[in-house]
Design a protein around this ligand. Sequence first.
Ligand SMILES: [Zn+2]
Length: 392
Amino acid sequence: MIPAAVEAARPAPWAGAAEPGPEPAVNRILLRDCYRVLLPDGSTPSGLDVLIEGNRIVLVGKVPAERARAARIIDASNHVVLPGLVNTHHHFYQTLTRNIPAVQDAKLFDWLVYLYEIWKGLDEDAIYWSSRLAAAELLKTGCTLSTDHHYLYPTSFSGDLPGLQFDAAAELGLRFAPTRGSMSRSKKDGGLPPDTTVQDEDRILADSEAAIRKYHDAAPDAMRKLALAPCSPFSVSEKAMREAAELGRRYGVRLHTHLAETSDEDDFCVKIYGRRPLKLMEDTGFLGKDVWYAHGIFFNDQELEDRGRRPGGPGPLRPEPDGVRRRPVGPRGGPPILRLQPRRGPRHRQRDPGGGEGRPPRRRRGEDPGRSQPRRPAAPGESGTGLRRHRT
Ligand SMILES: [Zn+2]
């Protein structure tokens, strides 16, 4: 796969003949004679070229020699060219604290409480290098557009946090749409984070607006966008959530948060707010086409059906962290409704399509250590199951 800026859903003029234009003042890359190209209509023709100018795919077809002038030419005759993957949730800073033996198998809240004690010391180097590392990992695995949900602003941190992240992403060529996250509910208010890792609502609002004005580019092909993302119902106040929604809509930026990740969150919301998490989102304006949630595991059937019937819905949901998966179960002709079902084991996954001529080779059993192999508790002093996915 070639992850160069070949991005999903971009209306490339693949069916038409682009006229040779004036010499562009941008970098050109020509993927010549591709073994297969996945086109927006789902077809996979072979032998086509892909011409990229700057950050745009300008032609998919047979590119005339004069159009390829000054292009960097890559022989793609042994490559399948796919749209770049889009990552809708991440915590770049957590790349620095993978494989901590003490919490490899901890429940979410215990895991957070332990790691906050490390994360409260984040400094500029930590933000910059973790962002470089995460961006590199994403690009090497086919992702060309990513967000990042950064919500932890230690009182000891005085740098330009979004600026460090944008720099790191730009240096590697990743299209980047991070969020200005936030936490306002610390231990002193019944939350989980240490008091030195949260901010008050006024500071969050002022810094969020400043970050939007400085970094958000509303252009359709922008390499930089910004969204607003209070961390979760159990780490921000209702006021902070509501103000973030109002500010985001005023500037036309998207909204994001963790939601319905654990049953502990359900219990917390019912106890503190007297409502389940999704109702809290509705009441604070965090519902709509411009909102996407991470997780969404503990919606109940009624919530899923209610959302499914309404236009919009909860937006893209990322794959699960906790051993369940989703499938569309909407009525025929109606919008899809998402329902949870237990994750099946490796035997089932092996039956997924994957072999045959023109398809990538079938993955062998046990090649995905993060998902296919049974987990076992990590012994003291060892790193458990290897690479650890980030969590909330
Ligand atoms: Zn998360």
